[in-house]
Ligand binder design. Structure first.
Ligand code: ATP
Length: 292
């Protein structure tokens, strides 16, 4: 379960894993702000007063119009950026910076180009667990290579791999450190449609194995519906908020055909399309007004 409501009561708080309370992020007026939102006298409020509870073992996606603040929010959860106000707690502990309890998967893979597949994964594990025996380390690397279907590609370098295979390495690397939660920032965004479809189904299969909590950003409605237990729909920025959290009722394990035939599928899809269309239309109207 996930809610965008005020703090949960004691009875339910035990199962909340990630808790965001009144999180806002304000960027200084200069630099990085699109021309149509610049105002020399004011700072830029990217996200404002976001509260969200994510329970253990849930797959949550965040969807919203381009530039609304999805990455800003994910980066705060990752500890790569700090909230201007508000708090983020993971298992009751405040997030104050990056840490091995959160595994990150990036759209551009972020692999070390001079390292092979297994070296990329091993490096991440060694960094987090420097005291592991060589044998144990090799076991973890092997297990995660198998898990994402990269058997046979261990000795290859990233430039020898397709985009889909590179992202498999990114996922294996994130899982190999055994984080409490997995954060994915548009992990399939750079892939062609066919590869994307295959990898989505792979992620569903991998997720079923241990159902580790995932927070994933996506622009794809179909992807969100295939993978999520909850879909967080954000409003447009500036000062983006959570508009609504959709519950996705499809049984698991899932496959695309069954999901698309579920009686709720088209209703949820239509609701998401209407939300994205409405928010994006406002963004475009603002853009046109500023240009005029
Ligand atoms: N470091 C920064 N300095 C100033 N403004 C920033 C900075 N980072 C992001 N922004 C602004 O904050 C807003 C939200 O950006 P963010 O990248 O979080 O959006 P997003 O929803 O992830 O976008 P997209 O869907 O296009 O990836 C944007 O208007 C962006 O220009």
């Amino acid at each position: 379960m996930i809610t965008s409501s005020p703090p949960v009561d004691m009875e339910t708080s035990t199962s909340v894993q990630l808790s965001l309370r009144n999180v806002s992020k304000v960027f200084p007026a200069k630099g990085g702000i699109p021309f149509f939102k610049r105002n020399s006298t004011s700072n830029f409020i990217a996200i404002e007063d976001i509260s969200l509870d994510i329970q253990h073992n849930t797959f949550v996606t965040i969807i919203g119009p381009s530039g609304c603040g999805k990455s800003t929010l994910l980066n705060i959860i990752a500890g790569l950026s700090t909230a201007t106000s508000g708090t983020v707690d993971l298992d009751g502990q405040p997030i104050l910076g990056p840490g091995p309890d959160r595994g990150m998967v990036f759209q551009n893979y972020a692999l070390m180009p001079w390292m092979t597949v297994e070296e990329n994964i091993r490096f991440a594990v060694e960094t987090v667990y420097p005291k592991l025996s060589k044998q144990r380390l090799q076991g973890i690397v092997r297990e995660n290579i198998d898990r994402v279907g990269l058997d046979g590609a261990e000795k290859k370098h990233p430039h020898e791999l397709s985009g889909g295979m590179r992202q498999r390495v990114g996922i294996a690397r994130a899982l190999a450190i055994d984080p409490k939660i997995l954060l994915m920032d548009e992990p399939f965004g750079a892939l062609d449609a066919l590869t994307r479809g295959f990898l989505q189904e792979e992620v569903e299969r991998i997720w079923e194995q241990d159902r580790k909590t995932v927070v994933m950003i996506t622009h794809s409605i179909d992807e969100a519906l295939l993978l999520s237990d909850q879909i967080v729909m954000m409003t447009r920025g500036p000062a983006a908020k959570i508009d609504e959290v959709l519950e996705v009722p499809f049984p698991r394990p899932r496959n695309r055909l069954e999901v698309e035939q579920h009686p709720e599928y088209h209703k949820l899809k239509a609701e998401m399309e209407a939300h994205l269309y409405r928010e994006t239309r406002f963004v475009e109207q603002d853009r046109i007004k500023v240009k005029a």
